[in-house]
Design a protein around this ligand. Structure first.
Ligand code: ADP
Ligand code: MG
Length: 758
C-alpha cells in the first residue's frame, strides 16, 4: 500500500544515511531483547514517517507563502503527476521486497528488483515527458519525466532497506530526502526563480538518496527469482494503486462535483487526517518486513490499535475547540473533522491486517479489499452529491471507504474458507456494491426525482454544477405531472448548455468564435442572448462584456502554465481584442460577426441564468403553478409560493448572512470562491475586469435579486467587476436589489434590497 506521505513526492540525500550504510544496522539489534528491538525498530519507522510528514508540510507551506498561487497550483499539479506515474512504475516490487527479502535474504532478488524499477521508471519518465510536452514546454516536461525516475528510485531504495529490516537507515533516508527536498528546491528557486528550479531541486534531492539502491546491482541479476513472485507482485501493485486512489480519487471527484470552497474544507480536514495516519502507516511499514521475517508483533499491534482509538477520541472531543480558535475559517468543517477522525481506527486496523495478509502471501485479498473500499467510497461521494448531503456526506464517505476496506480484509478470507458457497456470497456482495456504484453514477447523468414534504424534487448535474428543481405537488395526479415536467426541464437545461457552449465544436458559439471577421448565421435564440448580453454591456459601461473570453482563457491556461503574472504588455495585447462594440449583431438576418481577428465570446456569465429562465418556461408550459429552479446558485421561483433562500457569508464558510424570501423572482450570486485556496497576495479567479485585463478586485461576493434569472446572472457578474460603490449607484438607477461585499468584508446594499442581513 502506498502511504499518503509517499504520495507527496520524495527524495533527499544525507551524510547521515551514508554513515548508516557503513555500519551494519542489524548488528545493533541482535544484542537487545526481541521486545526492545521491536520497540526501537518501530520507533525508527515512526520517527522517519513523522519527520517526513512535518518536513513535507513545511516545504509546501513555504512555497504557499512564496509562490504566486497559480505557480503553486501548477507545481503541485506537476508533482502529483510525477508521483502518480512513479507509483505506477513501482510495479509493486517494493512491497514484494519488503515481504520476501526478510525470508530468504536473496541478494539477487534485491538487485533484480532495483534493476527492473530503474528500467520501468525510465520508460515511465520518457512517456510522461512526451505526453506532458503537449501541455507544458519541453524542458518542464522533461524535468517531470526525470522526477518520475527519481521518485521511483527513492521508493525502491527505502523499500530495500525495509526488506533488510534496516529501520534506522529507513528513518534517516526519509529525514534526509525531505531535508534535501526542502533545501535544494528553495536554493534553486532562489537562484533561478522558476518552477523548473523547484523541480530540479526535488529531482536532485531524491536522486541523492535514490541512487543508493544502485549499489545492490553488483550482486548480479536473476529474473527467475522475480518471475516466481509475479502474481504476488502484480496484486501488491494493484493494492498499492487502489490504496493510493483512496487518497487521490476522492479529491478529484469532489473537485469536479462540489464547489471549490467545500473541497478546501475537505482538503484541510484531510491534511489533519494524514497527520493522524502516520500511526497506521508507520505500523504497516514496520509490521510487513517484521512479520515476514518472523518477528514478534502482537503487542505492538494492540498498542497501535489503542493509540488510534485515543487519537480518534481526542479528535472527536478537541475538534470544536481547536478548529474554532485556531482555524476559524474552517469552522464549518468541525463535524466533518470529527467523522474523518473516527476513520483513523478502521484505517489502523486495516493497515495491520494488510501487513498480516501480505506477509502470508495473500496479496489478492488485500487487492480485493482495497478495490471494495474504493468502490464504496466513490459510491458514497456520488450519493452525497446527488442527494445534497454536503460536507458531512463527504466525511461519511471517507469513513465508509475505510470501513469497506477493513470489512473486505476480514470478510473475504472467511468467506473463501466456506468454499463454493462462500464464493457465491462474495460474488453477491460484489454485485451489490457494483450495482450501487452504477446506480449512483446514473444519478449523475439522469435526474433523480423524489417526493418529500409535498414537493417533487429533481436533482441532477448540468452546466458543470448541481441542478435542483422543486415543484409543489401533493395529489397523485399532480405529482405525476410534476415528475414529467421536471424531466422536460432537465432536458431543456441540457439543450441550452449545448447551445451556449464555447468549447463544443458542434455549437454555433464555437463557429462564431472561429470565424475571424466573417458573418456567421446564428439561431434567433442565440441572437436574443447576444443582444441581452450587449444590453448589459451598455448598462454596465463595458464591465460586463462577453468578448472577455481571450482574457479568461489567458488567465485560466497561459498564466497557469507559465506560473508567472503577466506583464502589462501581454495584457495590453489581449485587451485589444476585448470590446463588446466589436461584436456586430445583424438581427434582421440572424447573423453576427466580429470586427477584429482573434475576438471571441463566452456566455459563462449569462448562460446559467438563461437556462434557469428556460427551465421555468418549460415548467409553466406544463401547467406547473409553484416551482423553484436552482442551477448552481442561480435560482428562480415561479408562482405565488415564497421560498426561503440562505445567503452564505463569503468570508466564513458555513455562516449564513441571512435568509431571504424569494417569491416570483430570481436571485444570483457571483463570488470569489477560490479565496481559501489562494494564499499569496494575488487572487486569481474567473471573473475578469475587461478594463484592466486582470481578475476583478473590487468585490468578493455580489448577490442580485431581479425579475428573471438572465438579468440577475448578468448583473451579478457585471456588478462584481464594477465594485460596490458604483455598483450601488447602477442598481439604484434601475431599481434592482443587490448585496455587495468588498474585499475588506464591508457590506453594501442597494436601495431596493429589502432584506435584513447582518
Ligand atoms: P459562476 O459561473 O461561477 O456562477 P458568474 O456567473 O459570475 O460566475 O460567471 C463567470 C463567468 O463569466 C466566467 O467563467 C467567464 O466565462 C465569464 N466572465 C468573466 N468575466 C466576465 C465579464 N467581465 N463579463 C462577462 N462575462 C465574464
Ligand atoms: Mg453571472
Amino acid at each position: 500500500m502506498v502511504s499518503p506521505q509517499l504520495i507527496w513526492y520524495t527524495r533527499t540525500g544525507l551524510y547521515r544515511a551514508k554513515r548508516d550504510l557503513c555500519s551494519h544496522n542489524r548488528e545493533s539489534i541482535t544484542v537487545e531483547t526481541p521486545e526492545k528491538q521491536n520497540n526501537k525498530g518501530f520507533a525508527q519507522v515512526w520517527t522517519g514517517q513523522t519527520a517526513a510528514s512535518i518536513l513535507g508540510t513545511i516545504f509546501w507551506l513555504i512555497l504557499a507563502v512564496t509562490l504566486h498561487p497559480v505557480a503553486y497550483g501548477h507545481l503541485a499539479w506537476l508533482v502529483s503527476i510525477a508521483t502518480l506515474v512513479s507509483a505506477l512504475c513501482g510495479l509493486g516490487l517494493g512491497t514484494m521486497l519488503a515481504t520476501y527479502y526478510p525470508r530468504g535474504q536473496s541478494k539477487r532478488l534485491l538487485s533484480t528488483s532495483v534493476f527492473i524499477t530503474l528500467l520501468s521508471s525510465i520508460a515511465g519518465g520518457i512517456l510522461t515527458a512526451a505526453v506532458l510536452s503537449l501541455w507544458v514546454d519541453l524542458f518542464l516536461a522533461a524535468l517531470v519525466g526525470l522526477l518520475v525516475v527519481a521518485l521511483s528510485m527513492f521508493a525502491i531504495t527505502f523499500y530495500s532497506e525495509l526488506g533488510r529490516r534496516a529501520y534506522s537507515r529507513y528513518m534517516w533516508m526519509w529525514i534526509g530526502v525531505r531535508t534535501a527536498s526542502l533545501a535544494l528546491p528553495l536554493l534553486f528557486y532562489f537562484l533561478w526563480g522558476t518552477i523548473a528550479g523547484l523541480l530540479g531541486g526535488l529531482i536532485a534531492g531524491h536522486f541523492l538518496i535514490g541512487t543508493w539502491a544502485l549499489r545492490f546491482l553488483v550482486s548480479g541479476l536473476d529474473f527467475s527469482e522475480v518471475r516466481r513472485r509475479t502474481k504476488f507482485t502484480i496484486r501488491a501493485w494493484g493494492s498499492n494503486l487502489a490504496g493510493a486512489s483512496l487518497y487521490f480519487l476522492d479529491k478529484i471527484l469532489i473537485g469536479a462535483l462540489f464547489p471549490l470552497g467545500m473541497l478546501a474544507v475537505y482538503q484541510f480536514n484531510f491534511r489533519i487526517f494524514l497527520l493522524l495516519a502516520i500511526v497506521p502507516n508507520a505500523l504497516f511499514f514496520f509490521l510487513l518486513p517484521e512479520r515476514s521475517g518472523g518477528g514478534e508483533v502482537k503487542r505492538l499491534e494492540r498498542t497501535g490499535t489503542l493509540v488510534s482509538i485515543g487519537l480518534a477520541a481526542a479528535t472527536f472531543f478537541l475538534a470544536p475547540c481547536i478548529t474554532s480558535h485556531v482555524f476559524p475559517g474552517f469552522r464549518e468543517g468541525i463535524d466533518t473533522l470529527r467523522i474523518m477522525g473516527l476513520a483513523i481506527v478502521p484505517a489502523t486496523v486495516a493497515r495491520i491486517r494488510s501487513s498480516e495478509l501480505l506477509s502470508a502471501e495473500k496479496a489478492a485479498i488485500v487487492l480485493g479489499s482495497n478495490l471494495f473500499g474504493l468502490a464504496i467510497g466513490i459510491t458514497c461521494i456520488i450519493i452525497a452529491f446527488v442527494q445534497g448531503f454536503g460536507l458531512i456526506g463527504l466525511a461519511v464517505s471517507m469513513l465508509a471507504s475505510q470501513l469497506g476496506l477493513l470489512g473486505g480484509l476480514f470478510l473475504i478470507p472467511r468467506l473463501l474458507r466456506f468454499g463454493s458457497s462462500g464464493r457465491v456470497v462474495l460474488s453477491f456482495i460484489i454485485v451489490v456494491v457494483a450495482s450501487a456504484l452504477i446506480m449512483s453514477s446514473l444519478g449523475l447523468i439522469s435526474p433523480q426525482i423524489i417526493v418529500r414534504d409535498e414537493r417533487v424534487i429533481g436533482t441532477g448535474v448540468a452546466m458543470d454544477t448541481q441542478v435542483v428543481i422543486q415543484v409543489m405537488a401533493d395529489e397523485e395526479a399532480e405529482i405525476r405531472k410534476a415528475r414529467e415536467a421536471i424531466r422536460d426541464a432537465f432536458l431543456e437545461i441540457d439543450r441550452v448548455e449545448r447551445l451556449m457552449s464555447a468549447e463544443d465544436p458542434k455549437s454555433q458559439i464555437y463557429d462564431l468564435n472561429s470565424s475571424g471577421t466573417e458573418w456567421v448565421e446564428l439561431s434567433s435564440e442565440i441572437i436574443y442572448v447576444l443582444n441581452r448580453a450587449k444590453e448589459y454591456s451598455i448598462l454596465t459601461d463595458g464591465h460586463f462584456d462577453i468578448t472577455v473570453k481571450p482574457l479568461v482563457d489567458f488567465w485560466m491556461t497561459e498564466v497557469k502554465r507559465s506560473g508567472k503574472l503577466p506583464t502589462a504588455d501581454q495584457l495590453a495585447g489581449i485587451l485589444g481584442v476585448v470590446d463588446y462594440g466589436g461584436l456586430i449583431i445583424d438581427e434582421d438576418n440572424d447573423r453576427a460577426r466580429f470586427t477584429k481577428d482573434g475576438m471571441q465570446v463566452t456566455l459563462g456569465g449569462i448562460a446559467k441564468g438563461y437556462a434557469v429562465d428556460r427551465a421555468c418556461e418549460v415548467l409553466r408550459d406544463a401547467g406547473i403553478q409553484n416551482a423553484l429552479v436552482d442551477i448552481g446558485g442561480d435560482i428562480r421561483a415561479i408562482g405565488p409560493e415564497s421560498w426561503n433562500i440562505g445567503i452564505t457569508d463569503p468570508r466564513t464558510r458555513g455562516r449564513i448572512l441571512g435568509v431571504i424570501e424569494l417569491q416570483n423572482s430570481a436571485i444570483a450570486t457571483s463570488g470569489d470562491y477560490e479565496r481559501y485556496h489562494l494564499i499569496g497576495r494575488e487572487r486569481v479567479h474567473h471573473i475578469i475586469d475587461p478594463k484592466t485585463g486582470e481578475p476583478a478586485r473590487e468585490s468578493i461576493s455580489v448577490t442580485i435579486i431581479a425579475g428573471d434569472s438572465l438579468s440577475a446572472d448578468a448583473l451579478s457578474t457585471g456588478v462584481f467587476v464594477i465594485g460596490p460603490e458604483h455598483g450601488k449607484a447602477l442598481l439604484d438607477s434601475i431599481g434592482v436589489g443587490g448585496l455587495m461585499i468588498d474585499p475588506q468584508g464591508q457590506t453594501t446594499t442597494s436601495e431596493h434590497w429589502h432584506y435584513d442581513i447582518n
